[in-house]
Design a binder for this molecule. Sequence first.
Ligand code: UD1
Length: 448
Amino acid sequence: MATIAHKRKPLSSKWKHEMLPDLEGNIEALHVEQSLQLEGEVNVIGAKNAVLVTIASLILTEGKSILTNVPASADIVQMLALLHELGAEIFFDENNNRLEIDTTFIRNNRVRPEIMKKMRASVLVMGPLLARFGKAEIALPGGCSIGARPIDFHIKNFMKMGVSVNVENEFLRAYVNQLKPARIVLEYPSVGATENILMAAVLTQDVTTIINAALEPEVIELIEVLKKMGALIKILPPATLEIRGVNALRPIEYEIMPDRLEAGALLLAAAITGGTVSVPNARYDHLDVFLAKLQEMGHVVEVGYENKGITLIATEQPQAVSFRTAPYPGFPTDLQAPLMAVLSLAEGRSTVHETVFENRFLHIRELQKMGAQIIVEGDRAHITGVDELYGTQVIASDIRASCALVLAGLAAKGKTRITGIHHWKRGYEALEKKLQKLGAQIFLEASN
Ligand code: UD1
């Protein structure tokens, strides 16, 4: 294994070639065949959304940090490419999911539109760059397929901390001599805004508070990461963060928590195929409302010692359930599409109310092509369970839609061919291999 050189050098072409092809828009597809009664045990890798923000947070430190349990998924690679462009030295041992990042030589503080467009989470470097250099220049992220996704909460509150912001030609330039502490009130508990402001506040003199903060497990993980670096953060119930600024933070060695969304996908694979699947390292307390809904459908959910390890034993007669997505601890919007796929085969009528993103229903048209009976009324979808789904050609429009279509494909009669599979690769590290291990007929189609 190579170590990080203390001299800036480009990422090797091998690394780029192996990890980034799907982001270039090639025509790979996933083939899924009906695979009933998935059976077995499989662990999940570290949480993608926790890793993305943790990588951004390393900008706050100078020196070499080591992260373990890091998924080799395309979004992570994209974030690494971004940090590399800022000047960080990176070594990613993707076979062992071990990442070394040396942030000593970060000098650049500009994120190009090409990078921003590929991954909205790039905006998360803004807080750390402002805290370390007093300057951040980022291309505006614009909309994406699941909704407008503005960054007004981030900007407004950075301005409260003394930051000057200019927007010109779709480019945002932010400057500050010294960040000042503030009482930040979020009108909505945005995950990204909470994380960004938190990362700016840890190096800001005095006490900053964030009221109505998002408290998703990935935000709590970031708090743990920052505390390990030496930050002083208190969580005051019900949802306030109190941050006492320190002068400097130190590099860390940290193991990323298991991905609750990958765990959800595996348990749903058991549910839709009538099988039994265990995820020994999944955390029950990260999935409470989701698991309650699976139980309400009739599935048996067993939990291991000290909240670790979840097994789902599928019922033969799954019942319809209704739910509404909401910030944590509510039902996670990222599991809405996957559960909807499963509900399309449940007995009765379910209603799904999407309250977090305004356009997170693009998977519905594709599920309908497979025979699902779903009627959309604004931000609500009404699903009437059918006896069978049928394999056909479908297109994944975002990460969680790709998961929904794979799940539907596992239960559908015949073969399902899913394109837009770069989304699958953005969000999951070879999840198709884990499904294969459980007995799924699922294959990647090479692009040439
Ligand atoms: C993060 C997750 C994403 C998850 C989402 C909600 C990452 C990389 N992504 O996204 O997987 O689905 O949380 O749990 O962690 N909003 C505004 N203005 C803002 C910011 C947000 O109006 O400045 C709106 C968004 O458009 C959306 C809602 O707030 O409707 C929630 O967004 P937010 O919690 O910020 O999601 P992300 O951090 O983008």
